[in-house]
Write a protein that binds this ligand. Structure first.
Ligand code: WQD
Length: 337
């Protein structure tokens, strides 16, 4: 069974390719290398001894997308990661995000719509909930007005897919990720943030390794246990396995609706200071940090109710925050050695 993984050389994409190969799927990666590199292919092979088919391609080029699906006419299953994902950048350059995150989705769906049956997994985000009223967050929590063009592209993407499955033979699953962290335990693949990391964990590991002076903690005056924000940090390997479970559900026709939504998190919230303390414990390093003002657009708290994914997908996150941080630290040491 051939599965196309767009953005398959990226952080979550590459970990999902490994888990798909572990389950015996043949994988075809599409990536334009805008936020990844060919070395990731070697990392995947080092883990599974299987080299995935790789087609360097930009999904913004409609002709290329059409040619690809003509060449791989036997493909009907797609996991779609390819998208830009930096919240701050999306505010600076909205059209880059609307073109890269929406046009590409439309072109892929146009090809799948031509097929007698197809399966589509969409990389969505808990960001669609904004600051949810109730914790833990369930899939029927209301969708808030997006705080950024990035978040808006995830909401629009979900709406496009919902409209399209209604008039086509596409069956889809929307996976709303919470906060992906960590790296494969072998340290052959992991996160490769370009420039100054926006996200907490890569900034922590780069501070731990001495690349950054100190971590700025964006506010400690939130209504939480220690004043810092709460998030649901999920190990990227657990997140990858959720994609395999979702794809199997569609391939085995076990889905109950043509489009289904699942929160993918651990179900546990951790504050920024708890993450720092846990990092210090797993690394044995004292992490230099200072409390600064709040970051524009940050919400106080978000962690998942994962009952639906546990029951329907038969999937549950197995790794702890400690596992995630330990793997992130091992990866940071490896790539800086
Ligand atoms: C986590 C917490 C910060 C950096 C975003 C996107 C989400 C997904 C994950 C793509 C917050 C604090 C952070 C720092 C800090 N991205 N922090 N100092 O904002 O929850 O989610 O990334 O899919 O869609 O919205 O993640 O890691 O940026 O921040 O204090 O240097 O860490 O304030 O409370 P976030 P994050």
């Amino acid at each position: 069974m051939k599965i196309v993984v767009t953005g398959g050389l990226g952080f979550i994409g590459s970990h999902t390719v490994v888990e798909l190969q572990n389950e015996g799927f043949e994988v075809v990666i599409i990536d334009n290398l805008s936020n990844s590199s060919r070395e990731v292919l070697e990392g995947i092979e080092a883990i599974t001894s299987i080299v995935p088919i790789f087609e360097e391609m930009d999904l913004r080029d409609k002709q290329s997308v059409q040619q690809f699906f003509k060449k791989h006419s036997d493909v009907s299953a797609v996991i779609h990661f390819a998208a830009s994902k930096a919240v701050g950048e999306s505010v600076e350059d909205p059209l880059l995000y609307y073109e890269n995150n929406i046009n590409t989705l439309v072109y892929v769906l146009q090809e799948l719509q031509k097929k007698p049956a197809s399966q589509f997994i969409f990389s969505s985000s808990c960001t669609v909930y904004g600051q949810a009223e109730k914790m833990p967050i369930t899939e029927n929590a209301s969708i808030q007005i997006a705080m950024s063009p990035y978040g808006n592209t995830k909401q629009i993407g979900e709406e496009i897919i919902t409209d399209v499955v209604r008039v086509s033979n596409i069956n889809a699953i929307l996976l709303r990720y919470f906060n992906p962290i960590g790296a494969h335990p072998t340290a052959h693949i992991g996160e490769l943030p370009i420039g100054v990391p926006q996200n907490l964990v890569p900034f922590i590991t780069q501070t731990g390794i001495g690349m950054r002076q100190e971590l700025a903690v964006y506010g400690d005056d939130y209504p939480t246990s220690d004043g810092t924000c709460v998030r649901d940090y999920i190990h990227v390997v657990d997140l990858a396995k959720a994609h395999v479970a979702a794809m199997k559900r569609l391939l085995q026709n076990k889905n109950k609706e043509k489009v289904e939504t699942f929160n993918v998190g651990t179900g546990t919230g951790s504050t920024v200071l708890e993450v720092i303390n846990t990092f210090e414990k797993v690394s044995g390093k004292k992490l230099p940090y200072k409390i600064v003002g709040r970051r524009e657009g940050d919400i106080t708290s978000a962690y998942a109710n994962t009952d639906k994914a546990n029951e329907e997908l038969g999937w549950k996150a197995l790794s702890t925050l400690e596992d995630g941080l330990a793997s992130a630290w091992k990866w940071e040491q490896k790539i800086r050695s």
